[in-house]
Design a protein around this ligand. Structure first.
Ligand SMILES: NC(=O)c1ccc[n+]([C@@H]2O[C@H](COP(=O)([O-])OP(=O)(O)OC[C@H]3O[C@@H](n4cnc5c(N)ncnc54)[C@H](O)[C@@H]3O)[C@@H](O)[C@H]2O)c1
Length: 427
């Protein structure tokens, strides 16, 4: 493992860094050009790490975004997952640009290293826990990266990614985040208006990510504990970060964006397992309620749940002194009333169009700052719910929680311990 620990950063470091961050579609011209420059007509070789639903989608989006791209390498811990994704991609409209021969289909825990060696642009779409390790290896090797969310499942991982982002900046490598709403045109227009004062000063914030059940990939008596957990990674906090980080991060990120990427000062959260209680669902909660508070006293009321049969709602609002902005529904009320009436292209496609256009133009997109902050915000909410403690941003940022197992190997897996507020300690 090559993850390293960094010295304790503060909220001010984060706020300072955010002023240099790139929000969404806009790419900043690199000083003196990107470290790894590719001409307009050069073929760019793509490598995919994590061949599941999103990885396959990201590969498709990358191939669609730029006609001079080719998928040349794929990696997954499981051979069957890789084979399934390869079969599906080979039947897609981009089949002629999928030339992943047997020698470039890598499996096992070290597959990522060989994928990275084989390509110019890496798509990181494995289970969240591995992101700090995979991202570090890709940037060390000088590759441009598309990086799915969340970028870590514990603060140790977030600090590792913060360091890696610094390395990417120094090397002028593109780092595009899978926090896809930042690339959605209606939301970009709404945010521009919001930041321009359309609803006045924010007074309160609200966001909700309530959904039903997600997949369960079964059990097999022949699977080791590690295989069982990895195949059903959603339900193990060390692998997924819990659903507040794995799924509701999108809602938290939209609010962070609305707040001009200033992170909250503290959080008080609650949560638990009330419906999804069987052992097959590991140690994650099925609902969270969190109240984040910014330094100026503005509060965010956030809730998320994954409970089948309960009502679904994904929405987020900024309540301001002059009106309300409905981020997910793309409208603003009050004297600066506005509603998106256009047709929006796929935000997923736009992420990759931005990435490849920047690589070819010698520009650099740096989404590192907000992807770290949004992830830490989600982890901070989870840690507050798990422990029952109000936590500050600094406490979360400097937390020593490190969920890495003793080894990445088939066999034993980390013990399954469901957090109990008031008893589970904050570390
Ligand atoms: N931006 C979005 O809208 C969006 C949507 C869905 C998923 N995602 C994110 O994409 C990631 C993947 O999600 P998914 O739905 O495709 O899950 P998935 O389970 O379908 O795919 C993950 C794949 O990664 C593989 N994997 C696990 N550990 C690995 C390792 N160490 N090395 C290589 N491969 C490994 C798994 O075997 C699996 O095939 C997650 O981080 C998820 O949060 C983002």
């Amino acid at each position: 493992m090559t993850e390293t620990r960094s010295s304790a950063p503060t909220r001010r470091d984060f706020v300072r860094n955010s002023s240099a961050a790139i929000a969404g579609f806009a790419a900043m011209p690199a000083l003196g050009g990107a470290g790894v420059h590719h001409g307009v007509n050069d073929e760019l070789r793509i490598g995919l790490i994590g061949c599941g639903g999103r990885g396959s989608g990201a590969a498709n989006d990358a191939l669609a975004a730029d006609p001079s791209t080719r998928l040349v390498a794929m990696g997954d811990v499981f051979p069957d997952r890789l084979a399934e994704a390869h079969r599906a991609l080979s039947r897609s409209e981009f089949a002629s640009r999928i030339t992943v021969d047997e020698d470039h289909r890598f499996t096992g825990f070290d597959a990522y290293k060989k994928v990275i060696e084989s390509c110019d642009v890496v798509l990181l779409a494995a289970t969240p826990h591995f992101r700090p390790l995979h991202l570090r290896a890709a940037i060390e090797a000088g590759k441009h990266v598309f990086c799915e969310k969340p970028i870590a499942t514990d603060p140790t991982g977030v600090r590792s990614v913060m360091e890696t982002c610094e390395m990417a900046r120094a090397k002028k490598l593109n780092l595009v985040s899978g926090l896809c709403y930042r690339y959605d045109e209606p939301k970009q227009e709404l945010m521009a208006r919001l930041h321009d004062g359309a609803v006045g000063e924010p007074v309160a914030l609200e966001c909700t990510y309530n959904t039903g059940a997600l997949w369960f990939r079964g059990d097999d008596p022949d699977w080791s504990p590690m295989e069982r957990q990895l195949r059903n990674w959603l339900y193990y906090t060390w692998l997924s970060g819990d659903h507040i980080a794995e799924q509701s991060i999108h809602s938290l990120d939209k609010i962070l964006w609305a707040m001009k990427d200033e992170p909250p000062a503290k959080v008080t959260a609650s949560g638990g397992r009330i419906r999804r209680i069987e052992p097959q669902f590991g140690d994650v909660y099925d609902h969270f309620n969190t109240v984040f508070e910014w330094a100026n006293g503005v509060k965010l009321f956030h809730s998320c749940r994954q409970i089948e049969g309960a009502d679904r709602d994904v929405s987020d609002f900024v309540y301001g002194t002059k009106g309300v902005a409905a981020i997910q529904s793309h409208y603003i009320t009050g004297p600066n009333e506005w509603r998106w009436r256009g047709r929006a292209d796929s935000m997923y496609r736009r992420e990759h169009q931005s990435l490849f256009a920047a690589i070819r133009a010698g520009r650099v997109i740096d989404n590192g700052d907000y992807m770290c902050k949004a992830t830490l915000m989600a982890i901070m909410g989870r840690m507050s719910a798990y422990t029952g403690k109000t936590l500050t941003w600094e406490q979360a940022l400097n937390s020593q929680l490190d969920l890495r197992p003793a080894a990445y190997a088939w066999g034993d897996a980390p013990p399954v311990e469901i957090a109990r507020p008031g008893l589970t300690p904050f570390v």
